[in-house]
Design a protein around this ligand. Structure first.
Ligand SMILES: Nc1nc2c(c(=O)[nH]1)N=C([C@H](O)[C@H](O)COP(=O)(O)OP(=O)(O)OP(=O)(O)O)CN2
Ligand SMILES: [Zn+2]
Length: 160
C-alpha cells in the first residue's frame, strides 16, 4: 500500500517558513553515549583494583549549542565520529595504563583527559563554533561514575 504525503507537509527543500523560525537559534542540550571495554590497574591504591582487571566503561557526552535552521545543534553522527576518533577507538580493548598519558587510571583522571581531548577536537574542527561541552560522565561500573562539567573545568582554568 502506498501513502501520498499531503502537499502541505511535504518538505524536501531548503526553505524555512516564518512559523518554523520560532524554533531556530535555541540553546539546547544534546547527549550521546558510548561503551568500551578496557583493562587497567590502579597504583597508589590498596585494594582489589591494584590488580589487573577490566571494565565495560560507559561514557556520556552532553553538549549544548544553538539549533540551526534544520533544528540541529550538532549532528549526532559528528559527535560519534569525533568521540570515536579522539577517545573510544584509542581505549577500546586496550590496556589503559599503557595507552593513556601518564596518570593513575581512575575514572576521575580519565574523564578529565576525555574532556580535554573533546575540547581540543571541537576547537580544531571549527565546524560547530557555538557548541560547548556541558558535562562528561564516565561510568566504571554500573554503580560508579566520575563526571566533569564545564563549570568545574572553567573554574580550574581561572584558578591557575
Ligand atoms: N573514586 C574512585 N574510586 C575507585 C576507582 C576510581 O576510578 N575512582 N576505581 C576503582 C577500581 O578501578 C574498581 O574496579 C572499581 O571500583 P568499585 O566501584 O568498587 O567496583 P565494584 O566491582 O565493587 O563495583 P560494584 O558496582 O559496586 O559491584 C576503585 N575505586
Ligand atoms: Zn577498575
Amino acid at each position: 500500500m502506498t501513502y501520498d504525503i499531503p502537499k502541505h507537509i511535504q518538505r524536501f527543500g531548503d526553505d524555512i517558513n516564518e512559523q518554523e523560525l520560532r524554533y531556530h537559534n535555541r540553546r539546547v542540550l544534546v547527549s550521546k553515549e558510548f561503551t568500551f571495554d578496557s583493562a587497567h590497574h590502579l597504583h597508589l591504591y590498596d585494594g582489589k583494583c591494584k590488580s589487573l582487571h577490566g571494565h565495560t566503561y560507559k561514557l556520556q557526552i552532553i553538549l549544548s549549542g544553538k539549533t540551526d535552521k534544520r533544528g540541529i545543534t550538532i549532528d549526532f553522527a559528528d559527535i560519534k565520529r569525533i568521540a570515536n576518533e579522539r577517545i573510544i577507538d584509542r581505549l577500546d580493548h586496550r590496556y589503559l595504563n599503557e595507552v593513556l598519558p601518564p596518570m593513575n587510571t581512575t575514572a576521575e583522571n580519565m574523564v578529565v583527559w576525555m574532556y580535554e581531548e573533546l575540547y581540543a577536537a571541537l576547537r580544531e574542527e571549527g565546524l560547530y563554533p557555538h557548541v560547548r561541552i556541558e558535562e562528561l560522565r564516565l561510568w566504571e561500573t554500573p554503580t560508579s561514575f566520575a563526571a566533569v562539567t564545564r563549570a568545574l573545568m572553567e573554574a580550574e582554568e581561572h584558578a591557575e
